[in-house]
Write a protein that binds this ligand. Sequence first.
Ligand SMILES: [Fe+2]
Length: 277
Amino acid sequence: MIIMESQDTDPHAPNAFEQKKRDFFRRLALSLRPTLNIHKALGLWKADNRDRHGFRNVTEHCLVEVPRCRVLAEHLRLPDAVRKKLDEAAILHDAWKQQEILLARQASEQGTSIWAAFARASEEFRAFLVEQHVDPDVIELTGGIGHLSLKTVESLLEKHCTPLEEAMLILHYVDDISRNSDWVAPATIQSATQQKVNALDLRMDACKERPLYRQLDIEGNAHLGEGTYAAVLRVGHAVEAKLSHLIRLKSGKSIPPVNLPEWIDTEVRTAIETGSE
Ligand SMILES: [Fe+2]
């Protein structure tokens, strides 16, 4: 886990990087406190019967996406006002997770559509954010993640995007590669195909294994004309290619699309090392 646990070295040895990492995320959380308070208001920090940590892992997951989004926003030279909205959207994007899981589980038990349950949760979340007077652009950005956003995101691939649309591509992609609050999985060569696969492929493989998501995968055929995760993967890699192209165009850096997830985390590690959010 990026924030709380060491993945990097001997856990018994004092580790300057681990300390810097905690300080980095503590400062980040403090700077985004007003938006994070929505997590608290939604009960994500309350211990529940199953888990004394409640849904705090959702907060960690959202926090971890902020510096990843910032790396891309910086290299795409997004204006400060859009970067601020992207920060807020990254923090908020999964704040309705508890309700979403509840609705999806109910649908699974009742044998009704999981897709419809996710769509209902998304509508409820949007209404909640409007009620909380969240900036409409931030609400738009939070709608740019996951399988329900695929048609919108796909429509951005071939056009010249506004900065806000580029921010939507960034959040969509960062969420695609972010599993819990782990560092991204390294790219590897798949033995069967000899193709290089990256964190995006590996995350979608993991998603498909979960029973709830297996059903969602099948239901994609009726909505997207293909399995949900095949569509998520196809669009995700197209977004990856577009982001890589935009980075080269705007920053002059040439990052092969398949290496994008690891490059992003290397940049985040540098930001932690140097203490620069
Ligand atoms: Fe997420």
